[in-house]
Design a protein around this ligand. Sequence first.
Ligand code: PMT
Length: 219
Amino acid sequence: TRPSPLAGQSVLITAGPTHEPIDPVRFIGNRSSGRMGFAIAAAAANVGARVCLISGPSRLPTPAGVERVDVETAEQMYQAVLDRAPQAAVFIAAAAVADYRVEARAMHKIKRDNQPDQLSLVPNPDILKAVAGLTDGPLTVGFAAETDDVLDNAHDKLTAKGIDMIAANAVGEGKGFEVADNALTVLWPGGHRELGHKAKTQLAAELIDLVGERFHAAD
Ligand code: PMT
């Protein structure tokens, strides 16, 4: 087999959920396990890339040969990514980042008789969009997690975020989040490829091959 165009290149990947604290013991989170992003990190390391994995809270073991940075919140993930993105050749955003955080988190555990009936939320920064906006930044690959009109919504995100590629997955009960398999369709301006439904480890290897091809084409 030919060497991958990503061999020796620096690949930055986000994975997992973010946790947005309400107080020291409670948070707003989501069902992402990190499986998809960790599988992509392993696949990128397998083709010889230098991989940095920025992970939200996940119990998964760090893939061999991968540098891992653990974060909790979207703002921490933003900082960890933006510190490294200018030096990266490729950025792949597989994390399920919370779009909002609690405006004023409580510094002490909120007591039962003191609980607010409403939480005030403020928007989090869009990590992927910020990386796509860098001058001479990396090739950007996003994910779109959609319950309806998967390809149309993914196409809108590709354009709105100004990214190079997007991997669309249908999510819902037993689909996308948490489970060991997934189905991906990858879109880029002027093309698409159906990767089908298979194990996340296999999808990750095929996605890395495709990203390598696009990286080579853009070179
Ligand atoms: O972790 P698993 O259990 O294996 O599940 C995998 C997955 C379903 C989480 C994964 O395949 C996936 O789809 N990840 C992206 C989930 C998501 O939040 O998608 P989105 O459509 O809301 O966001 C679009 C893109 O923008 C994503 O690449 C996301 O990482 C990025 N984003 C979103 C918001 C934000 N503030 N910053 C971002 O970078």
